[in-house]
Design a protein around this ligand. Structure first.
Ligand SMILES: O=C1NC[C@H](CO)[C@@H](O)[C@@H]1O
Ligand SMILES: [Ca+2]
Length: 436
């Protein structure tokens, strides 16, 4: 009983989360300050966005998490680095999707948390540099853009990157600056992709943004489609544009009709052919664990709860979740673990709706497993193989923006967050819901 009581002491768990964030930040401050990512085993750092350049990615991704935790001295330190060092006139190709969800989103959530205008100016500067990506015959964005010349490349894109990577951040930037062009371009791109759905109302996972031709017949809720669905719903919520709500409903009904699979006894979503609906396989990417949360947000909480049950089993099965597995025989398809946040993301979102301790327990297990298996000398590291525990010496930027924030919010009941009316992006950036 004592152990059970300790486990249910959510406030103590929240304090533990805050302590881990402060420790990881102090290590990053020591060994990789200003670099995009810390290498937590070797105690060095590395670039993420543009090889050889630094945009302080981990600082930008951590801003709103630090504010929500009340780690105000660390936040001020990070803001100082940004004011003194962060610039985007970098002669390199930025991936529009990653730059938007991580940097535009991180700067906007930091601005909304602190009121600091410099962060908004930087978000506006970066987004402005990326606008040439929309100059295509379809209006869907090219994948890369040079931040100085505006030259774009790589038309072979994915639903997550066409719509699922920009709209919430771009419509928020338009709202805060009064410049409608950002949100309009992003919504236009999403409607263009939706218009190309199959007669079963499914989208495939690869498309040429110059010709509009599909390059695949695979419908999936996993990457590289995943956040496409999220951003249809999210952008409707942020703008009231019913075209996006209707698009979300049509495509989600099609996913439930064609991909839902209960052959294992749990509800999973299979990968199927967009035209025939034929099942390709039941292979699961860990990243699909966001989807139960989206089903709940989109109005079908029961489906979300049903879809999370399989992820609870997966979390209990391995020390930390592998990148990909097949639930028909629980075989591992990709044994690495990149400190992925999606199980915590999906469970936190379900908890926001029903406040069931079931989801707090699942998130607690996710956090405790990270403490046990991902801790390295200078922070938390991904693993090359979850069955051996070998670490890969990498801490992705999303770790600072996602699971540490979800752990804090679900356990702490912080006064700095509106648990009733809020919006978090696919990168965990809070674009609505700060209580200053
Ligand atoms: O939407 C996303 N996909 C991949 C990352 C987390 O796994 C992160 O960048 C974000 O949550
Ligand atoms: Ca996400």
């Amino acid at each position: 009983p004592a152990k059970a009581a300790a486990d249910e002491d959510w406030a103590a768990l929240a304090a533990d989360v805050k302590r881990e964030m402060a420790w990881a930040w102090s290590e990053y401050r020591k060994v990789a300050w200003g670099q995009d990512e810390v290498k937590p085993v070797s105690g060095t750092g590395q670039s993420f966005l543009i090889p050889g350049a630094s945009v302080g990615l981990s600082i930008v991704e951590a801003l709103d998490t630090l504010w929500l935790m009340g780690l105000d001295a660390q936040l001020e330190d990070g803001m100082r680095w940004i004011r003194e060092k962060l610039r985007f006139d970098l002669d390199g190709d930025a991936q529009v999707f990653e730059a938007t969800i991580r940097l535009v989103g991180g700067l906007l959530s930091g601005h909304l948390a602190t009121g600091d205008k410099r962060l908004l100016e930087l978000a506006h500067d970066l987004a402005t540099r990326m606008m040439p990506c929309f100059d295509t015959p379809t209006g869907m964005p090219m994948r890369y853009v040079n931040l100085v010349t505006g030259k774009t490349r790589d038309p072979q894109s994915f639903p997550a990157e066409v719509g699922g990577g920009m709209a919430p951040e771009f419509v928020t930037l338009s709202r805060l600056t009064g410049e409608k062009r950002f949100g309009e371009a992003a919504i236009n791109a999403m409607l263009a992709l939706h218009a190309k759905r199959s007669k079963r109302n499914l989208v495939a996972d690869r498309i040429d943004v110059q010709t509009g031709a599909w390059l695949s017949r695979r419908a999936t809720v996993a990457p590289p489609t995943d956040s496409w669905f999220e951003y249809l719903w999210d952008t409707w919520r942020l703008t009231g544009d019913t075209r996006l709500r209707d698009a979300y409903r049509v495509e989600t009904a099609a996913v439930l009709a064609n991909c839902a699979d209960r052959t294992t006894g749990d509800l999973w979503f299979a990968n199927v052919d967009v035209e025939t609906g034929a099942r390709l396989n039941l292979r699961q990417s860990e990243l699909s664990a966001f989807y139960p949360g989206l089903l709940s947000e989109g109005g079908d909480h029961a489906a979300g709860v049903a879809a999370m049950a399989g992820w609870e089993k997966a979390q209990a099965r391995w020390p930390v979740l592998p990148e990909a597995f097949d639930p028909t025989d629980w075989s591992i398809r990709a044994a690495s673990n990149a400190l992925r946040p999606e199980v915590a993301d999906g469970a936190f979102t379900l908890w926001l709706k029903d406040r069931s301790p079931r989801w707090r327990r699942l998130v607690r297990d996710h956090f405790r497993a990270m403490q046990k298996h991902n801790r390295a000398a200078h922070g938390f590291s991904g693993l090359t193989d979850v069955t051996t525990g070998a670490q890969d010496d990498a801490c992705p930027g999303y770790w600072w923006s996602e699971q540490m924030k979800y752990y804090w919010l679900i356990f702490s009941d912080t006064k700095r967050f509106d648990y009733r009316d809020n919006y978090l992006s696919t990168e965990g950036n809070v674009l609505r819901g700060f209580r200053r």
